[in-house]
Design a protein around this ligand. Structure first.
Ligand SMILES: [Zn+2]
Ligand SMILES: [Zn+2]
Length: 255
């Protein structure tokens, strides 16, 4: 058997593919470097920019090949990939990526399409029927309507349903003014503490909205809250106004 010396480390091995990787360019059909040196050289190349780029290009080609696509689909359907994705989504990196995607054009479009599909599905139709007439849907409409009013007047309007729910909870599900419970007045309205028509109104924002029953809401109208409370509840006026202002001050930066 022939022997062959590695040009790199100088070791001598049998001239076989077991010791020297194949290389068709060489005279012997074997690489001039032994497997140990060849491997070291490959690893080193892999760390260089050129090596990294070349690997990326190879991966890319593979992903676009029929074989690569089939493999990818097979992987995505597997239980293991679901578990991996789930785990990744729980990590900080995964969540950051998710948020970034959700805010991208592609992410928004995909979310819209998904919503549309859901609305047209049997399950979605049932959910919509259930939602219509629900407390939450009434509340959403109340918030939307008030925000629209503020928007039309070019006032800030970033109040959300969650904000309103927080306010309702704060006042024990009661009108902030007369304290009637939601169960007795059907619905709590969003009252603009400083009315939208008032030049100093900050808009439909945290710090200017309290829950109020229909009766108080329409009776107060565009009047100054403190004056109106004084006239409507003379004995408890100070307590009511103070309670509301403490809440509004904590709820928003508007005051
Ligand atoms: Zn060698
Ligand atoms: Zn009331």
């Amino acid at each position: 058997m022939n022997e062959k010396q590695c040009t790199k480390c100088g070791e001598t091995y049998l001239a076989e593919v077991k010791f020297f990787p194949q290389d068709k360019r060489g005279r012997s059909g074997l690489s001039s470097r032994c497997r140990v040196c060849h491997r070291a050289q490959m690893l080193e190349y892999g760390q260089t920019e050129g090596g990294k780029a070349s690997r990326r290009a190879r991966d890319q080609r593979y992903k676009q090949s029929e074989k690569g696509k089939a493999k990818q689909q097979e992987w995505e359907k597997s239980e293991k990939s679901k578990a991996t994705r789930f785990k990744y989504n729980q990590t900080e990196k995964g969540q950051l990526r998710r948020r970034k995607y959700d805010q991208s054009e592609g992410g928004k479009a995909s979310q819209k399409a998904k919503n549309r599909r859901y609305k047209q599905s049997e399950k979605g139709k049932v959910a919509i029927r259930k939602h219509k007439g629900s407390e939450r849907s009434k509340m959403l409409n109340v918030v939307r309507m008030q925000k629209r009013r503020a928007r039309k007047m070019n006032l800030a309007n970033d109040y959300t349903t969650e904000d309103f729910l927080r306010g309702i909870k704060h006042f024990g599900e009661c009108c902030a003014y007369c304290s009637v419970h939601i169960s007795e007045c059907k619905k709590l309205h969003m009252d603009h503490y400083i009315p939208l028509n008032d030049p100093s109104c900050p808009g439909t924002v945290c710090g200017n909205i309290v829950p109020a029953c229909q009766s108080c809401n329409s009776s107060k109208g565009d009047r100054d809250a403190v004056d109106w409370v004084q006239g409507k509840f003379p004995e408890r006026a100070n307590a009511i106004s103070e309670k509301i202002e403490v809440f509004l001050m904590a709820d928003g930066a508007a005051f």
